[in-house]
Design a protein around this ligand. Sequence first.
Ligand SMILES: [Zn+2]
Length: 392
Amino acid sequence: MNLFSIQDVTGPGLPLYHPPGKTVLKELEDFVEDLNKDAGYDYVETPHVFKTDLWHRSGHYENYADDMFIFDVGDDEFGLKPMNCPGHAAIFQDQSWSYRDLPIRYAENGKVYRKEQRGELSGLSRVWAFTIDDGHLFIRPDQIEREVEEIMDMITDVLETFDLEYEMALATRPEKSVGSDEIWEHAEEQLENVLEKRNLDYELEEGDGAFYGPKIDFAFEDAIGRSWDGPTVQLDFNMPDRFDLSYVGEDNDEHEPVMIHRALYGSYERFFMMLIEHYEGRFPLWLAPEQVRVLPISDNNLGYAHQVANEFDEFRVEVDDRDSTLERKIRAAHDDRVPYQIIVGDNEQADGNISVRDRFEDQEYDVEIDAFKAHLEAERDEQRTEPDFLQD
Ligand SMILES: [Zn+2]
C-alpha cells in the first residue's frame, strides 16, 4: 500500500512515511487535534534535541541514559529527547502562575527517540523514532478528578471512533515512591472515582504504578487477538518537584502543581500499525489514502472521467487512465483497497451520471453524481468504520 518504509541506508527503526501513509497519519493527527482543542489544550512545540542539563534535571540522565542517543557538540553534551515531558515542564516553569490559571494543558505531536536493542526492532511497532500524541497538564490537586474524567472522555471518543476492543488497568503506589501519603491516597481515590462513576471494567494492579504516581493504562486488542499498548493517563508528583514548578494559591503561598502525562493513541506508529491489522488494510473512508477512483471504460470516456473526478475534488480521487481493460482496473482498485470505484462508459457519459462499486459488494449501482457525493460526505464526516451500503 506504499504507506511507509524502513531502509538500510536511512537507518534501523527510523520509519519513512510515504505520501499515502502521511495522508492517513495526517487524518489521525487532525482527529486528535480536534479533541485537544475542544478540551482546552494549547499546542506547543519543542526541538528534538536538548542539552543534557535538562535530562539531568528531569532524572532521565541517571535512569534512562542507556536508552538515549547522547552526543557532544564542542564542550556541551546533548541528547535526543526520549520523552516530551521535560520540555513541557520547562515551558510551564518559564512563567508565574496563579491558582486561577490552572489547569494548564499543553499538547504536542512530539517525535521521540529511544535506543531499543536492534534485534527488537519490528515494523512500526518497535522503532527508534516515533511520535507521541502527547499532552501534559499542570493542575491543582483538587482538579485531578475533573481532568482525568475529561481525558477519559477523549479516550472513549478514540475507542468508539475506531471501534476498538480494549482492556484497562489502574496501577497504584509501589513500595518505592516519591510524594506524601496524603497526595497518593487523594490521587488514587480520585482515579477510582472516575472509573467507578463510569462503570468501567478494569484490572486493579496494586503496587504497579510508577514511583512518581498512579496511572491508568489501556491495551488494544486487534483483529487477531494481539495486544497493543494504547492510551495512558499518568499522574506525576516527581517532575514538578525536580523542575521547581509552582503556582500561587488562594492563600498567597507557593504550591506545587500535579502533572498529568496523557496520550490518546500512545505512539502514532504503533497505533497506525494496529489500525492496519485492525482494518486489514481497508481503512474507513475518512482515513483511506485514496478514497475514490474513477475508471473510464475506454479512452473515449477519459475526458468525462476527469470531469467526474473534478466533481469529487473534495475527496482524494484519482483517475485510472492506464490503457487496460475495465476488469483489470476493477481488480487493481480492489487490490489497492480503494473504498469506492466510479465507472464511466458511453451510457454514463450520455446520461451525465455514474456507476459506482464499493469494495465490500460485488455489485454496481447507477447513481446520480450529487446523490453519491452526499453519500460520501456523510460516510466521511461521520467517520464511520462500516460503510452504509449504497442500496440502503
Ligand atoms: Zn510525559
